[in-house]
Ligand binder design. Structure first.
Ligand code: CTP
Length: 212
């Protein structure tokens, strides 16, 4: 099948030399891209800036901002069978981006931020996507109920939830401990390396894709 994956952080410019971003390494999305390819699927990876090597056989579209990622997804989603949203998209961006570097003046600096579009949340409605839709939820509390709320609100078939309050797993780490949150049940997988979890997640998505 044809699989679109978003991965990594987005970078939202503040001025020509600064940006707002987050600690996402992209490792989970890249591990999934490699695992889908190894399982014989065709992968389009839309990725924010990371230090990772592009897995063999994967088509990459590099992006910087949430707006770039939105545009790339909107352009390619129509021909996909499955879409997996592993990116840590910045929820807000600076409203005004000056042409020149901001000089320090006062003791404080106030910046107005504006909401970024919800890419995953646009798939079912605005993009009219009918394929298998998988989201991620990074939570620090009420992991399962927050992930289940996201599953319903964004029209997902599966949400992969991880607790980002625990040191050593999740964000910016090689390891993860995840819950597979389905509409009718939840499965907890034991903590493991991201590249071991990825083929397990791929099998779960293959089962969803094979459903009538
Ligand atoms: N996501 C996205 N576009 C955004 C924000 C999030 O595609 N602008 C996707 C992420 O890739 C992830 C899922 O939505 O698959 C959950 O992201 P998260 O930011 O945790 O969800 P929110 O709905 O923004 O919830 P909250 O404000 O509770 O964090």
């Amino acid at each position: 099948m044809k699989v679109l994956i978003t991965a990594g952080p987005t970078r939202e410019p503040i001025d020509p030399v600064r940006y707002l971003s987050n600690r996402s390494s992209g490792k989970m999305g890249y591990a999934l891209a490699a695992a889908f390819t190894e399982a014989g699927h065709q992968v389009l990876l839309i990725s924010g800036p990371t230090k990772l090597d592009i897995p063999d056989g994967v088509d990459l579209i590099p992006v910087e901002t949430a707006a770039d990622m939105f545009e790339a997804v909107e352009h390619h989603l129509g021909r996909m069978d499955t879409a997996v949203f592993a990116a840590a998209v910045a929820d807000y961006r600076p409203q005004e981006v000056p042409e020149h570097k901001i000089k320090k003046t006062g003791e404080t600096l106030t910046m107005e931020l504006i909401r970024n579009p919800d890419i995953l949340g646009s798939c079912r409605g605005r993009f009219g996507f009918h394929g298998v839709l998988v989201g991620f939820a990074a939570e620090t509390e009420n992991l399962e109920s927050n992930a289940r709320e996201k599953l319903t609100r964004k029209g997902c078939d599966l949400v992969i939830a991880n607790d980002v309050s625990q040191a050593g797993i999740g964000f910016d780490s090689d390891r993860n401990q995840i819950l597979l949150v389905h509409p009718d049940h939840t499965e907890s997988l034991p903590e493991d390396e991201k590249h071991h979890l990825a083929p397990r997640i791929v099998r779960e998505i293959e089962i969803l894709a094979a459903r009538p």
